[in-house]
Ligand binder design. Structure first.
Ligand code: NAD
Ligand code: TDX
Length: 339
C-alpha cells in the first residue's frame, strides 16, 4: 500500500505519518509538503530513518509537480492534510488560503483521477459548520448541519469540501471527508492557542486572550484524530463525511488558567486583548456516526492529554525555540502589538 500524506511536515500530518509508520510497517508513506512557515523537517527526523518513508518538497497547487510525483509514485491512497490552517492569518491574507486550500485540493484530485487512486481523503474541519450559541448546549454539529462559514479559512475549507463532493458525484472519484474539532498535542505550531499559551507562560510573557475568553472549542488529542482518519481510509464508506470530536468542550479562559496552574505561573500573566474579527463562539461535534459505523472512540481524555502535551513542550524546547526565534517574531509583533 502506498499512501501520499500531504502536509506531513505540519502538526497533524506529522503525527499521522508516525501513526501509520508504526501501525503498518509494510506501508509506504510518501510525505508531500512544500515547507511553509508551518512545515518543519525536524519534526520528521525519526521518520527519515525508516526506509518506508520518503519526503517530497512539492506545492500541492503546482499541477506539473503534483502530476510528475503521482506518475512516479502511483499511490493507492491520498490523505490531504496540506493547508493554510490559521484563522488569524486568513483574516490578514485570504488569497493564499484560496491557492492552497481550494486550488491545491483540486489539483490533487485531478491527479488522483488520472492515476486511479483508490481513495482520496480530505482532512476538513468542524469550522465549515460555522458556530453555535453558548446558551444552547444541546446543539451539536452533525454531518447534516448546513455549511455556513465565518472566516476566510473556514470558507476555503468548505469550498474544498464542495469540490471533493463534486469530484465524487461527477467523476466518480472515491472520496471520504473528515471534519474534526480542535486538535492539541505534540508538534503543534506555536501560533495556535494551546502551544502559544504554554510557550508564553514558560517565558513569563503575557497570555493574550481574545475578547472575553468565553469562546468554546471541542478539544481532541491529535492521536485520536489520526486513528479516526486511519479507520475512515480503511473502512469508511465512499462519498461520506465523518465528524470527529470527543465531547470535550472548554472555554478558552479555562484552558489558559489550567496551563498557568500546571506550570505554576501566575494568572496575572493573562491579558485580555481585542477580539478576533468574526470570532466563532462555540464549536461542538456530534461524533455518533463515526462511533456507530466505524467503532471510533477517543482514547485520551483532556486531563491526561493536556499533561502529556505540556510535558512534550517542556521536553522539546529546542524544537519550539528554533521556531519562535525566526520569522515568528515578526508574525507575533504584527498580530499582537497594539492589539
Ligand atoms: P499546520 O499548519 O500545522 O500544517 C500544515 C502543513 O501543510 C505544513 O507542513 C505546511 O508546510 C503544509 N502546506 C501548506 N501549504 C502547502 C502547499 N501549498 N503544498 C504543500 N504543503 C503545504 O496544520 P494542521 O493543524 O496540522 O492541520 C492539518 C489539516 O487538518 C488542515 O487541512 C486543517 O485544515 C485540518 N484541521 C486542523 C485542525 C486543528 O485543530 N489543527 C482541526 C481540524 C482540521
Ligand atoms: O492568542 C490567542 N488567543 C486566543 O484567545 C489565540 C492564538 C487564540 N485564541 C482563541 C481563539 C479561539 O477561540 O483560542 C481559540 C482557539 O484558537 P486557535 O488555536 O487559533 O484555533 P481555532 O481558530 O479554533 O482553529 C483551529 O481549530 C480548527 C485550527 O487552527 C484550525 O486549523 C482547525 O480547522
Amino acid at each position: 500500500m502506498k499512501i501520499i500524506v500531504t502536509g506531513g511536515a505540519g502538526f497533524i500530518g506529522s503525527n499521522f505519518v508516525y501513526h501509520m509508520l508504526n501501525k503498518y510497517p509494510e506501508y509506504e508513506i510518501i510525505c508531500v509538503d512544500n515547507l511553509t512557515y508551518a512545515g518543519n523537517l525536524s519534526t520528521l527526523q525519526e521518520a527519515f530513518k525508516n526506509e518506508k518513508f520518503s519526503f517530497h518538497k512539492v506545492d500541492i497547487a503546482d499541477r506539473n509537480a503534483v502530476f510528475s510525483l503521482f506518475e512516479e509514485v502511483r499511490p493507492d491512497i491520498v490523505v490531504n492534510f496540506a493547508a493554510e490552517s490559521h484563522v488569524d492569518r486568513s483574516i490578514e491574507n485570504p488569497s493564499i488560503f484560496v491557492d492552497t486550500n481550494i486550488s491545491g485540493t483540486v489539483v490533487l484530485m485531478d491527479a488522483s483521477i488520472k492515476y486511479g487512486v483508490k481513495r482520496y481523503h480530505q482532512v476538513s474541519t468542524d469550522e465549515v459548520y460555522g458556530d453555535l450559541p453558548l446558551d444552547k448546549p444541546e446543539l451539536l454539529f452533525t454531518e447534516e448541519t448546513p455549511v455556513k462559514t465565518s472566516s476566510p479559512y473556514s470558507s476555503s475549507k468548505a469550498s474544498a469540501d464542495l469540490f471533493v463532493h463534486a469530484y465524487n458525484r461527477t467523476y466518480g472519484l472515491p472520496i471520504t471527508i473528515s471534519r474534526c474539532s480542535n486538535n492539541y498535542g505534540p508538534n503543534h505550531f506555536p501560533e495556535k492557542l494551546i502551544p502559544l499559551m504554554i510557550i508564553n507562560a514558560l517565558n513569563d510573557k503575557p497570555l493574550p486572550v481574545y475578547g472575553d475568553g468565553q469562546n468554546v472549542r471541542d478539544w481532541l488529542y491529535v492521536e485520536d484524530h489520526c486513528e479516526a482518519i486511519d479507520l475512515i481510509i480503511h473502512d469508511g464508506k465512499i462519498g461520506e463525511v465523518y465528524n470527529v470530536g470527543g465531547h470535550n468542550e472548554m472555554a478558552n479562559i479555562d484552558i489558559v488558567k489550567l496551563i498557568c496552574k500546571t506550570l505554576d505561573k501566575p494568572e496575572s500573566l493573562i491579558t485580555y486583548v481585542n477580539d478576533r474579527k468574526g470570532h466563532d463562539r462555540r464549536y461542538a461535534i456530534d461524533p455518533t456516526k463515526i462511533h456507530s459505523e466505524l467503532g471510533w472512540l477517543p482514547k485520551t481524555n483532556f486531563e491526561n492529554g493536556i499533561q502529556k502535551t505540556i510535558q512534550w513542550y517542556l521536553d522539546n524546547r529546542d524544537w519550539w525555540e528554533e521556531i519562535i526565534s525566526g520569522d515568528y517574531q515578526n508574525y507575533y509583533k504584527e498580530m499582537y502589538s497594539n492589539r
